[in-house]
Ligand binder design. Structure first.
Ligand SMILES: NC(=O)c1ccc[n+]([C@@H]2O[C@H](COP(=O)([O-])OP(=O)(O)OC[C@H]3O[C@@H](n4cnc5c(N)ncnc54)[C@H](O)[C@@H]3O)[C@@H](O)[C@H]2O)c1
Length: 435
């Protein structure tokens, strides 16, 4: 059993901390956000993530997981320090590494014994060297440490499962002592024969960006194919299905929609381009995916405007779903943001309902009207737009919807409704590449 500090208790830090405790380690999750830590100490989970509450409190009750505001003490008391703070988009698309380097400073100043420093945050190639340099300069030269890059691949919405049963674990390290330490930390995964990729620090840093940028490209690609389908007599779902059965392509990430969002793809694609530009190598494919994604979000707004004959002023538009995808309350870079901005700018009244993300969006747009059910949000609406593929919208009772709205007009930006059923109920509708 290792003593572990996870610094940064957000989506990644909290899930990783709970998961590492579940593997049998003693984990302190530390964060500078006092409100977040107080919530956790009071048995409340600050984010929505399926299964997280259960795993957190199972490990708290077993005495393996605790929470603290005291980052310095957490560092001193641990053998392995995981850095899991945010790396948001900074200037010119490059990552803002201020939180990561702040943690490196705290580690350097509190390094009281040999420790393995492990970065889970997504950081650009070369950040490992910067972190090591900072710790070395601030710590006593007789106190040794090793550095590991251990990028995280969990997906919000299935983060707990992804952490406990990952497709692979990537460990970038420069010496065996650090790798052995990580083997102990991840012992159950080694026993399960999870693919573990041991490599250099910089290779590990690149693997994370290469993976996310590839998935972003795949999404933008199928979105652009869907846009072609919009113009011809073709159904993008049939195209995706036929493409996906080809083992070289695979069916995953071939579902068209309103454009990718979330806390990772938008910033990670830009950060990888920033790195490629610095290296003078360029990354045209990913540049194209980012441009296509911006256009896709604008295209959803244009589709809604077209359904409304380009006049939404004084009209009520109901948005069903606000999170960037289902099963999360995360609204970062959600396509719903672009939609709300455009509607408000055009003087529309915006009613919204999301099963878990209402509060986050209300913080961003005070002008929106938030409702606790889809039925209340759509009452007397001139148009409804599905923005997130929540299960409860997949089975939408269209007869009931038609009774509640003022006009039966619907934009299905997630392609979760059936065209024939919409037609049978007399809806005017649009979707992404299926009409
Ligand atoms: N969210 C995801 O799905 C996901 C998946 C894989 C990787 N990542 C990467 O993991 C990292 C974290 O992402 P996230 O979504 O968990 O971020 P987040 O914003 O949810 O959480 C970051 C946390 O770090 C804390 N923090 C900031 N500075 C700190 C400091 N100096 N000391 C202690 N705590 C500090 C913040 O208070 C916050 O609670 C990012 O680099 C992200 O790219 C995220």
């Amino acid at each position: 059993m290792k003593k572990i500090a996870v610094i940064g208790t957000g989506y990644v830090g909290l899930v990783s901390g709970a998961g590492l405790a579940d593997f049998g380690n003693a984990v302190i999750c530390a964060d500078i956000d006092a409100d977040k830590i107080n919530l956790l100490k009071n048995s409340e989970i600050p984010i929505y993530e399926p299964g997280l509450k259960e795993i957190v409190f199972r490990n708290v009750n077993a005495g393996r997981l605790s929470f603290s505001n005291n980052v310095n003490k957490a560092i001193k008391d641990s053998d392995v320090i995981f850095i899991a703070v945010g790396t948001p988009e900074g200037e010119n698309g490059a990552s803002d590494l201020s939180a990561v380097l702040e943690v490196a400073r705290a580690i350097g100043e509190n390094l009281n014994d040999y420790k393995v420093i492990c970065t889970k945050s997504t950081v650009p190639i070369g950040t490992g060297l910067q972190i090591m340099d900072k710790i070395s300069k601030l710590s006593n030269s007789s106190t040794k440490f090793d550095y590991v890059s251990n990028p995280e691949f969990l997906r919000e919405g299935s983060a707990v499962k992804d952490f406990l049963w990952p497709d692979r674990v990537v460990i970038g390290a420069s010496n065996q002592r650090a790798i052995d330490m990580m083997k102990e930390v991840y012992r159950p995964l080694y026993i399960n024969e999870t693919p573990i990729i041991e490599t250099t620090i910089q290779t590990a840093e690149l693997i994370k960006y290469a993976s996310n940028a590839f998935l972003a490209v795949k999404i933008s690609y199928i979105n652009e194919i869907a846009n072609i389908c919009d113009e011809i007599d073709a159904d993008v779902h049939v195209v995706s299905k036929a493409m996906g059965v080809d083992g070289r392509i695979s069916p995953k990430f071939l579902h068209p929609g309103p454009g990718f969002g979330g806390s990772c793809f938008p910033k990670d694609t830009k950060a990888l381009i920033s790195t490629a530009n610095e290296l003078g190598s360029g990354l045209e494919v990913v540049n194209g995916a980012i441009r296509a994604n911006k256009r896709q979000k604008e295209r959803m707004v244009a589709k809604l405007m077209k359904l409304m004959s380009n006049d939404v002023s004084g009209k009520t538009i109901a948005l069903l779903g606000l999170a960037f995808k289902a099963q999360t309350d995360d609204i970062r870079e959600s396509p719903a943001i672009e939609m709300i901005e455009s509607l408000l700018a055009s003087n529309a009244t915006v009613n919204v309902f999301d099963p878990v993300a209402n509060a986050n969006m209300k913080k961003k747009f005070n002008q929106i009207n938030v409702f606790e059910s889809w039925e209340d949000a759509v009452k007397e609406a001139d148009c409804v737009a599905i923005m997130t593929e929540w299960n409860e919208f997949r089975g939408l009772d269209l007869a009931k919807l038609k009774e509640l709205v003022k006009s039966p007009i619907i934009l299905d930006s997630r392609n979760i409704l059936n065209n024939d059923t919409l037609e049978r109920h007399g809806f005017t509708y649009d979707n992404v590449g299926r009409k």
